[in-house]
Design a binder for this molecule. Structure first.
Ligand SMILES: [Zn+2]
Length: 195
């Protein structure tokens, strides 16, 4: 195993991720986002989303994939006519797939991801606002795709027809990392991007 010094590829300052499982960390000196690969460190573009209002408590990382979900088969216990139609309409419409990438319980990540996938918000990129710091990213793009599998399942299982079996595949390219403004609500976060 080769140990790499964690230094910003842009300015040379030391990078200090707070957890072992961080996959993207922001340099506190020049604010470059850096991907921590086993093969080396690489700068990564981060898109900051315009906030919907003044209060921003954090900028949370979300992988945004452009892609499609292809539904091949959907079987349910009950009558599934309405549900099949809703499913077909949804996946016809969906072009953006969102994988929340910060540290949070898996169930919360799934619920938030399914809300985003169904709402299809179009974030507006702005230059990094002064003081905005991307939260630590612990989900890789590959894990983001696995999370999206669960998100699709969650959405389909929540339909009223008692889903029994489903076959689908996700077609998606390389995702972009977005920093989404958020507000603290109790123990969790509420996204507050302008859409
Ligand atoms: Zn730097």
């Amino acid at each position: 195993m080769k140990l790499l010094p964690l230094r910003c590829p842009q300015c040379g300052q030391k990078l200090e991720p707070h957890h072992n499982d961080v996959v993207v960390v922001v340099c506190m000196h020049c604010f470059t986002a850096v991907t921590l690969h086993q093969t080396g460190l690489q700068p990564l573009d981060v898109y900051y989303a315009a906030p919907g209002n003044d209060r921003v408590d954090a900028w949370l990382p979300v992988w945004l994939f452009h892609g499609r979900v292809h539904l091949h088969q959907r079987q349910s216990q009950g009558s599934s006519k309405g549900a099949d139609k809703d499913a077909a309409e949804l996946w016809q419409r969906v072009q953006r797939l969102y994988a929340p990438a910060w540290q949070q319980p898996a169930r919360q990540a799934r619920e938030l991801g399914s809300k985003l996938v169904q709402a299809q918000p179009l974030f507006q990129a702005i230059p990094r606002p002064d003081g905005a710091l991307l939260g630590e990213t612990i989900i890789t793009p590959e894990d983001g795709l696995k999370l999206l599998d669960f998100i699709v399942l969650t959405i389909e299982a929540e339909r009223k027809d008692m889903l029994r079996d489903i076959k689908f595949n996700i077609e998606a390219g390389t995702p972009a990392l977005w920093a989404i403004p958020a507000q603290k609500k109790g123990d969790s976060w509420q996204l507050a991007a302008r859409v």
